[in-house]
Design a protein around this ligand. Structure first.
Ligand SMILES: [Zn+2]
Length: 193
């Protein structure tokens, strides 16, 4: 049996067409996924506080002025505060007490009371975590490379006691373009009187 050349051409065009359609959807989904990833996510887990992970240990080599045993921290802090500040956890977005707080004052370290951030540099990032475009007391806020969870991020800690505060990203507002994404559980607002 002889196949007409026109039929072969039609078949070929149809094959290319359907192959094209099949590819189109995953490609578009991929682009959306990238867009979402670049959003305002603070930390890996939009989920409950996680326990200390691999690769987190070497960063605690900094000598902190305030040193307490794990038992002392546990006694002083709530379970959530302990999991976040001493075990590098992350609170769920939109659950902390300060993400939508506009009260004037200075945010202090919940562990040692060091002044860290201020309402003057606080802004609404929409991420669900308190966000600042700069620290209030730069000397009390330390930054470290963090490559946990397969991501390259910059962790922010209290330089006085080593408490994990959150992360800093380069997508903040002017003048610094920085976004200090901080857990509410790591800070305590000292309201301006
Ligand atoms: Zn501290």
């Amino acid at each position: 049996m002889k196949i007409e050349p026109t039929k072969i051409l039609v078949l070929a065009i149809l094959t290319v067409f359907f192959a094209g359609c099949a590819n189109a959807l995953p490609v578009r989904t991929g682009a959306d996924a990238v867009k979402l990833k670049k959003g305002t996510s603070c930390a890996p887990g939009i989920g409950p506080a996680h326990n200390i992970g691999e690769g987190d240990k070497e960063k605690t080599a900094v000598t902190n002025k305030v040193q307490k045993t794990e038992e002392e921290w546990k006694a002083q802090l709530s379970p959530e505060q302990y999991a976040i500040t001493r075990q590098k956890g992350t609170e769920r977005a939109f659950t902390g007490k300060y993400y939508n707080c506009h009260t004037e004052g200075v945010y202090k370290c919940v562990c040692c009371g060091a002044e860290l951030f201020s309402s003057k540099e606080k802004y609404d990032s929409g991420s669900g975590w308190p966000s600042f475009w700069a620290p209030h007391a730069k000397e009390n806020v330390a930054e470290h490379d963090d490559s946990s969870y397969g991501m390259q991020r910059t962790e922010v800690t209290c330089s006085q006691c080593g408490a994990h505060l959150g992360h800093v990203f380069e997508d903040g507002p002017k003048p610094t373009n920085q976004r200090y994404c901080i857990n509410s559980a790591s800070i305590e607002l000292d309201e301006k009187k």
